[in-house]
Design a protein around this ligand. Structure first.
Ligand SMILES: [Cu+2]
Length: 277
C-alpha cells in the first residue's frame, strides 16, 4: 500500500511535470487531508508522527509507556475527536501475535502515558489510533506504530490454525461464514455469534460505545485493521448474539483477529486465525 501510494504520487508528479507548461502552474494547497490508510507499520502518516518518550526495556505487569503525537507543524497535536468514546486507542501485540492489549493512555501535558503488560521477551509493536478533530470527515483514523524489544529468553507461540470456532471464558464464539479464505483488497463481511451454555448471548453490552471491537493483524507484517460492528447508533443488543464487521484486508496471508465483547460488565477477548487469499 505504501509502495503503491508512493508509486501513484510519483507517477502523478512526473505527468504533471511533463504535461503542464512551466508558467501558470497552480500552486497546490498544502495537503490537509491524509491520503491512503495507515496500519501502524509506520511511525508517521498524513503529517502526523509518533515520537516515543519512554518504551519498555524490561518485563513487568505494568511497565510505563509514554509517547507524543506530533502534528504536521511538528508541535504536539491537540484536538482529538472521541472515537469509540476515547481520543486515542493504543493496541499492543508481540511479533508472534500474542499478548494483545487495547489500552487508553492519558494525555498528560503533551505526552500520552499508560502502562503495559510485558510478560516475556521479544519484539512488541504499539499502535496509536486517533482522529484529529479537523479530520473527522476523512472517515478513517490515523494509526501510527512503533516497536520495542525485550531481550532474553523468549517463548514464541506458534500461530494457531484457522478455525471457525473458539472459546473464551464461559463463551463460545463461532465464525458464522465458516472458514472460506477472505479475498484481499475488497470489502469483506465477517460474522461472529457469541454463545454460552444457554445458547446465543442476547445480553452483549456496549463497550466503549460499541458492541464489539475487532483488531486484525496481518501475520507476516503485523499491519493492523481495527473495526466495529455495522450497527445503527444506539442500536439494541443483537438478540442472537451476532456481530457483523465490514472491513477490507489489504494483504494476502493469515490474519490473527482479536474480538472484544462485554457481558455483565466484563470484557472478554476471543481470538481467531483467518486466511486472506
Ligand atoms: Cu474499537
Amino acid at each position: 500500500m505504501w509502495l503503491a501510494a508512493l508509486g501513484v504520487s510519483a507517477v502523478i508528479a512526473i505527468s504533471v511535470a511533463v504535461a503542464v507548461p512551466a508558467t501558470n502552474v497552480p500552486v497546490p494547497a498544502p495537503a490537509s487531508v491524509p491520503t491512503g490508510h495507515s496500519d501502524g507499520l509506520s511511525d508517521q502518516h498524513g503529517g502526523y508522527r509518533l515520537e516515543p518518550v519512554s518504551l519498555p526495556q524490561e518485563r513487568g505487569d505494568a511497565v510505563p509507556v509514554a509517547f507524543r503525537i506530533l502534528g504536521p507543524d511538528g508541535a504536539p497535536a491537540t484536538g482529538y475527536a472521541d472515537v469509540a468514546t476515547m481520543p486515542l486507542h493504543l493496541y499492543a501485540v508481540r511479533e508472534d501475535l500474542t499478548g494483545y492489549q487495547h489500552l487508553h493512555p492519558q494525555l498528560v501535558g503533551d505526552t500520552w502515558r499508560t502502562a503495559l503488560r510485558v510478560p516475556d521477551g521479544g519484539v512488541y509493536r504499539l499502535y496509536a489510533e486517533f482522529t484529529p478533530a479537523h479530520l473527522v470527515a476523512y472517515g478513517q483514523p490515523i494509526v501510527l506504530g512503533t516497536r520495542f524489544i525485550i531481550t532474553g529468553d523468549t517463548n514464541q507461540v506458534p500461530l494457531p490454525a484457522a478455525s471457525a470456532t473458539t472459546t473464551v471464558d464461559r463463551f463460545t464464539v463461532n465464525r458464522l461464514d465458516g472458514m472460506p479464505p477472505l479475498p484481499s483488497g475488497v470489502a469483506t463481511v465477517l460474522r461472529f455469534q457469541v454463545l454460552d451454555a444457554g445458547g446465543p448471548v442476547a445480553s452483549l453490552e456496549p463497550y466503549l460505545g460499541t458492541f464489539a471491537h475487532l483488531s486484525g493483524f496481518d501475520v507476516p507484517t503485523q499491519a493492523l485493521t481495527h473495526v466495529h460492528p455495522a450497527m445503527a447508533p444506539n442500536a439494541a443488543a443483537p438478540r442472537d448474539g451476532t456481530l457483523a464487521f465490514h472491513t477490507v484486508f489489504h494483504h494476502p496471508g493469515p490474519q490473527r483477529l482479536f474480538l472484544q465483547f462485554q457481558v455483565a460488565g466484563t470484557v472478554h477477548l476471543a481470538a481467531f486465525t483467518v486466511v486472506v487469499s
